[in-house]
Design a binder for this molecule. Structure first.
Ligand code: ADP
Ligand code: MG
Length: 637
């Protein structure tokens, strides 16, 4: 057989060198993870082969014993990680290894901020992948052949990681990939058999594939077998961790496996391991990470649950196994009942999958509830990381609305802190006698919410109000209408009806005031014209002169602002101006006879009300002009 040694030198795609630099610099204190990454790639390659071989058994080339080998050559100073998995063709080599097309590394590049300090903390969130080899090697050679093609279709890739690589067609009899690391002079510790075994034990003990190393022979035995082919022994456990009984597993086992599936450095916050028997049999091992990934709110964000069928890896990022709002959960679902040739399309409409998703959801919510009761501090940290995602839940998952609401944490007027730690159950306990509703306010920031004029009467009466300032809160409140039989009520919407909380005298006083000051209200409405729907006396205000209110079913002013900021059209709902007739400003305004001056003051009142609730003025220059004229007048008087 002749192989045409077609050799070429190619440039790395631009980002590669940049990433290489960064990877090497930031991971220096965590060097050994290169082995985890390379073994993980080898294991992916084996799983891909096993999957493709389901429809084409010929790919096994008569050898279905999948395994990974790690071999050190002290004389050559090389460490080789080889697999008999799917292998790579020439073009694939260019597309994957030469250009950062791979998922983990590419997403890392996209997140590069340029600030090195930040980058090194970021890097832990990615599988940094193949390039981590350059932490310990100054040259890397890959020899690979795709399963099922002739030996003459082997490819050899080689690079010192400095801008270019070579590709050459070679002959390779065995299928799969050998990754040969030419270790740097000061990284020769990675040739030591015990060191390697301990790293493999730490990161790769529970992957579902044997990792083998050459058997160490000593003394006479070594001498006697000198000329025989080497013997290998398995150095990891090599059984899928999730298939082992819970009683045999320690917390460390679970944590180590988490690091393998998530590529995270830190241990998980919590996990749940369950086997379900019956007509739909499956095993799940689900992890809640400590830290949110940087792209949690990216539309493209990948789900973290892998699907296996009878121990065979089927797909990553199986988004049908978890609701979208639990997309940060990592782990494994292994089904005994799904067909092995299951496709993404098939998953869409599969009753078994739906059942698994529902059960997974309940499991994770259960894990979170336990954490919340047993370890409030860690739950608080969880909430800070993932609360905004959990708040997407009620819109997506009607059935678990109430449970989700129970898991939520809020900043409220009950405490001074703007950190979200109060529960709805706590709120219910603190409700006033006669209080029927759970009151909330939405604003841009917790501080703006806390200082809004809309809260004045609530403060006066000692009624607690939820301060909502996450972007998702408007969305949340349009789907969360009640909790344990109590309705939610925005304090900035509709004609404030405090029910039994309002003393009868107050309502009477308000009606009387409206009658007595009808002329003032009329004049204000005329001055403000189309800007407002109406002008009416307020029961909300204590200290402030005025505030704006929208209709019960209108879009809140805060939501309209959020949507405008992202360039969306919003319905033009006119607000109602509510005025505090007790306020000296209004008393003075009532006496103003100069029509032009009355108009100016009316407009200032309106603009101020917008500003006080964190809004933006349509005509800021006009506002400043009117205010300045007023100040000049005052100084002249
Ligand atoms: P990731 O594993 O997140 O995709 P890597 O940088 O680790 O990123 O790997 C890049 C790509 O290179 C992989 O997606 C795969 O296509 C290919 N690859 C790496 N190692 C192997 C291997 N041993 N066998 C086959 N393909 C591999
Ligand atoms: Mg990888």
């Amino acid at each position: 057989m002749t192989v045409e040694a077609h050799k070429e030198t190619l440039e790395f795609k631009a980002e590669v060198s940049q990433v290489l630099d960064l990877v090497i610099r930031s991971l220096y204190s965590n060097k050994e993870i290169f082995l985890r990454e390379l073994i993980s790639n080898a294991s992916d390659a084996a799983e891909k082969l096993r999957f493709e071989a389901l429809s084409d058994g010929g790919l096994y080339e008569g050898d279905a014993e999948l395994r990974i080998r790690v071999e050190a050559d002290k004389d050559a100073g090389t460490l080789t990680i080889s697999d008999n998995g799917i292998g790579l063709g020439r073009q694939e080599m260019m597309d994957t290894i030469g250009s950062i097309a791979s998922s983990g590394t590419r997403r890392f590049v996209e997140a590069l901020s340029g600030e090195q300090a930040k980058d090194s903390t970021l890097i832990g969130q990615f599988g940094v992948g193949f390039y981590s080899a350059y932490i310990v090697a100054d040259k890397v050679t890959l020899r690979s052949r795709r399963a099922g093609v002739g030996a003459e279709h082997g490819v050899c890739w080689e690079s010192d990681g400095r801008g270019s690589y070579t590709l050459e067609t070679v002959e390779k009899t065995t299928r799969g990939t050998d990754v040969i690391l030419h270790l740097k002079d000061d990284e020769k510790e990675f040739l030591d058999s015990w060191r390697l075994r301990s790293i493999i034990g730490k990161f790769s003990d529970h992957i579902a594939l044997p990792v083998e190393m050459r058997k160490e022979l000593y003394g006479e035995e070594a001498e006697a077998k000198k000329d025989e082919p080497p013997e290998y022994e398995q150095v990891n456990r090599g059984t899928a961790l999730w298939m082992r009984p819970k009683s045999e597993l320690t917390e460390t086992d679970y944590h180590d496996f988490y690091k393998h599936v998530s590529h995270d450095f830190a241990p998980p916050l919590a996990y749940a391991h369950n086997r379900v028997e019956g007509t739909n049999e499956y095993t799940t091992l689900l992890y809640v990470p400590k830290k949110a990934p940087w792209d949690l709110f990216d539309r493209e964000q990948k789900h973290g649950v892998k699907l296996y069928v009878k121990r065979v890896f089927i797909m990553d990022e199986a988004d049908k196994l978890m609701p979208h709002y639990l997309r940060f959960v990592k782990g494994v679902v292994d089904s005994d009942d799904l067909p092995l040739n299951v496709s993404r399309e098939l998953l869409q409409h599969n009753r078994k999958i739906d059942t698994i998703r529902q059960a997974n959801t309940k499991r994770v919510l259960g894990v979170l509830e336990t954490l919340a009761t047993e370890d409030a501090e860690n739950y608080g940290a969880f909430w800070d990381e993932f609360g905004r995602v959990i708040k997407e839940g009620p819109a997506e998952d009607f059935a678990n609305k109430e449970r989700l609401a129970g898991l939520m944490r809020f900043a409220t007027t009950h405490s001074e802190s703007n950190i979200q730690r109060e529960t709805l159950d706590g709120y219910l306990e603190r409700m006033q006698e006669g209080q029927e509703k759970i009151y909330y306010i939405t604003a841009d920031t917790a501080v703006a919410a806390r200082h809004s004029p809309h809260l004045e009467v609530f403060r006066k009466k000692g009624i607690e109000v939820l301060l909502l300032s996450d972007r998702v809160d408007e969305w949340l409140m349009s789907h969360l209408t009640e909790y344990k039989g109590k309705q939610f009520q925005s304090v900035a919407k509709g004609d404030l009806d405090l029910g039994e909380l309002a003393a009868a005298e107050e309502q009477e006083a308000k009606d009387k005031a409206a009658a007595e000051h009808g002329a003032l209200l009329e004049r204000l409405k005329t001055a403000l014209g189309e800007r407002v729907e109406a002008v009416r006396p307020s029961t909300r205000l204590v200290e402030s002169p005025a505030c704006l209110v929208v209709g019960e079913y209108d879009m809140s002013a805060n939501l309209a602002r959020v949507l405008k900021a992202v360039g969306q059209n919003t319905p033009e709902n006119k607000p109602t101006l509510e005025v505090n007739l007790e306020h000296p400003l209004l008393k003075r305004l009532e006496l103003e006879n100069d029509a032009e001056r009355f108009n100016d003051l009316g407009l200032i009142l309106f603009d101020q009300a917008q500003l006080a609730e964190g809004g933006q003025l349509d005509d800021p220059a006009g506002f400043v002009g009117r205010l300045n004229a007023l100040m000049l007048k005052m100084m002249a008087d």
